[in-house]
Ligand binder design. Structure first.
Ligand SMILES: Cc1cc2nc3c(=O)[nH]c(=O)nc-3n(C[C@H](O)[C@H](O)[C@H](O)COP(=O)(O)OP(=O)(O)OC[C@H]3O[C@@H](n4cnc5c(N)ncnc54)[C@H](O)[C@@H]3O)c2cc1C
Length: 604
């Protein structure tokens, strides 16, 4: 049976020692009273919830799946999901980072992201229900009218009502400009009637919450074609009566689940066809600006999905490491390491170690990166200095596609690598590894495929602003290199970091010039480019982590905590064994579009 232990030691290392997050956050008046003990308590308590309530129902949830009843159009979630959801809401976890004005706890996004990581390690399918509610809350907070906010936000913050995002239709996933769901004004009280069919809607119907608040993209009668003609509507499953925390559910709305998908993984999460038959909805934000408004939810979801990749990466690593210490097969090439046993534990074999260290280095690097981005989200919203807010916003924009794609590619690859550590047993359901692989696969697809993320990074986030945001991140990298420049012990980390920084600069200019002649050149290079910049970001955080570890090892002498020794060894592994992957991707990115576009479509 798989197990999960919240990685509290590493989380605290990143929050306190690498990011110095509590002090950084205290500069914002909202977090002036935050202290390290509170942050640690939240990590510990939320970790306990994940390990004790969510992890035990992960495998059973996968086996049982969701059940759809065609007569009532209802979805039953797997056994235990509802009880865990009730406990989650009762403890106030849904509102961890939400505004106190709407019943939230007003704590930093950083702690929320750390909680998410643990939820996704413990049970991704379950965690997607409250995850989408957070997205709906964030969208309504930014784009809702005051009346909409006071009606919906307290219910979303408490978890009494849950949220969804309804974008995809059968004929349009990536290209939302083609969507057909229609919305027509109905009377003078701001109501609209919506008709259409959505597919693949996560958490679209379930038995966890009293009401489901669907955020639906649709077209108004006079809408221009394409993405400029999309509007956003709130379409609740039950029409609300009253206001604020006192609001109640009224009549059933004409929006229902037409069926659920039978899919590769995340079986405990209902992926729904959603049918709107003259359903009542209300416009959110301005007409025809719906896609723009939806981006609040989509960007939040992209970060969340990246953290799903991280969560599965971590839990797969934990289980593979435990197995490798226990399973005995063969002898170490350099002589027996467990002579009293019939064979050595497989952890003696260099390649098993390579697999484990690959997963570990990607999990720990991903954690530092994701938590830093969550910190930027807090600074962007609450820091008093406008320059700091702008820098944070630029980093959020630049890094969102990298968090989403790099962390989910790593998450899936590491899940299969860890499955390999278990040999044939990794392929057998009982060990849980094959579920991690199946669950991790969707993260590379939804919320904009990873190809779309790479186009967003290279096209919109880098080339369109002449590399200004990338340059701002480069300044952070240079600052670190200068700070470390005088310490020879750090050379092995900062020299390859500096080298990659220069290569990224050159490559960006090269692709930019080629793309001006032929836009397919950007499309041909984008996926490799994201992988290269992802490594630049990871190399930066691994160098920072190595610096902290080295300082602690030097300061602690013979009393050194093995945690720092392991951190340093993992940093070395990252720089020697994973970063060199960039050489391949730089070559591939330079190869250009020629060989990709040479064949006519009918030759495939
Ligand atoms: C389990 C699950 C849950 C989901 N949850 C939700 C949800 O809650 N809400 C929601 O609205 N949607 C949801 N989706 C839909 C998901 O976001 C889409 O499947 C995804 O965006 C891709 O769209 P598509 O499936 O239509 O693929 P397509 O858009 O048809 O893409 C097919 C392939 O073509 C590539 N491609 C497409 N356009 C381009 C381009 N311009 N350049 C380069 N390559 C391109 C893609 O990368 C992909 O490899 C979910 C899907 C699944 C499977």
């Amino acid at each position: 049976m798989p197990s999960y232990t919240p990685p509290l030691r590493d989380q605290k290392f990143i929050v306190h020692e690498v990011l110095d997050a509590v002090n950084v956050l205290r500069a914002a008046p909202r977090y002036a009273d935050l202290d390290a003990d509170t942050a640690n308590q939240i990590l510990e308590e939320s970790g306990r919830f994940c390990a004790e309530q969510l992890q035990p129902i992960n495998r059973s949830g996968d086996q049982e799946g969701c059940r759809y009843d065609a007569a009532s159009k209802a979805v039953q979630t797997p056994k235990g999901f509802r009880a865990a959801y009730e406990a989650f809401c009762a403890a106030g976890w849904q509102g961890l980072a939400a505004e106190t004005e709407y019943g939230g706890q007003g704590l930093p996004h950083l702690l929320h992201i750390a909680f998410y990581e643990m939820q996704y390690s413990a049970n991704q399918a379950w965690a997607m229900y409250p995850g989408l509610t957070t997205g709906a809350y964030e969208l309504m907070l930014v784009h809702g009218t005051q009346a909409q906010k006071s009606l919906y936000l307290p219910k979303l913050v408490s978890g009494q009502w849950s949220g969804t995002m309804c974008l995809t239709e059968a004929h349009c996933g990536t290209d939302l400009g083609m969507l057909r769901t229609r919305a027509a004004p109905a009377g003078t009280d701001g109501r609209y009637r919506l008709t259409g069919n959505k597919i693949f809607i996560s958490s679209g119907e379930h038995d966890l919450a009293e009401n489901i608040v669907h955020l639906v993209l649709a077209r108004l009668p006079d809408a221009p074609p394409g993405t400029k003609g999309i509007s956003l509507f709130v379409v609740p499953k039950f029409l609300p009566e009253g206001d604020g925390a006192a609001a109640r559910v009224g009549a059933r709305n004409a929006i229902h689940c037409g069926g659920i998908e039978h899919k590769m993984g995340i079986h405990g999460n209902a992926t729904c066809q959603i049918v709107l038959e003259d359903a009542t909805g209300w416009l959110v934000g301005e007409p025809n600006k719906g896609l723009n408004a939806m981006f609040v939810m989509m960007n939040g979801a992209r970060l969340g999905v990246g953290v799903q990749g991280l969560g599965l990466n971590e839990v797969a690593y934990q289980n593979a490491a435990a197995y490798a210490k226990d399973r005995i097969q063969g002898r170490s090439l350099s002589g027996p390491k467990a002579p009293t046993l019939a064979a050595d534990p497989i952890i003696v074999h260099p390649d098993v170690r390579k697999m484990l260290l690959t997963a570990r280095a990607y999990a720990e690097g991903g954690r530092a990166f994701a938590y830093w981005i969550a910190l930027q989200a807090d600074l962007q919203e609450h820091h008093p200095d406008p320059e700091t807010r702008k820098f944070a916003a630029d980093m959020m924009a630049l890094m969102t596609p990298i968090v989403k794609a790099f962390l989910t590619d790593n998450g899936y690859n590491c899940a299969t690598t860890c499955q390999q550590v278990l040999g044939g047993h990794g392929y057998i359901a009982e060990w849980g590894m094959e579920q991690f692989v199946r669950d991790a696969r969707i993260n590379m697809i939804y919320e904009g495929t990873n190809t779309i993320q790479s186009l967003d990074l290279l096209g919109r986030k880098v080339l369109q602003d002449n590399g200004a945001r990338l340059h701002a991140f480069g300044a952070l990298v240079r600052e670190l290199i200068e700070e470390c420049g005088t310490d020879p012990a750090l050379n092995e980390f900062v020299t390859p970091l500096a080298d990659l920084g220069e290569k990224v600069q050159k490559l960006t200019m090269e692709i930019g010039l080629k793309a001006m002649q032929n836009a397919d050149e950007a499309g041909a290079a984008a996926v490799d480019y994201l992988r290269i910049v992802g490594h630049l970001v990871f190399a930066y955080f691994w160098a920072r982590m190595a610096r902290v570890a080295l300082a602690r090892i030097a300061a602690d002498g013979t009393q050194v905590d093995p945690f720092y020794v392991a951190k340093l060894a993992t940093a070395r592994f990252y720089f020697q064994r994973l970063l060199p992957e960039t050489a391949f991707h730089i070559r591939a990115a330079r190869a250009g579009a020629g060989s990709l576009m040479a064949l006519a479509a009918e030759q495939f």
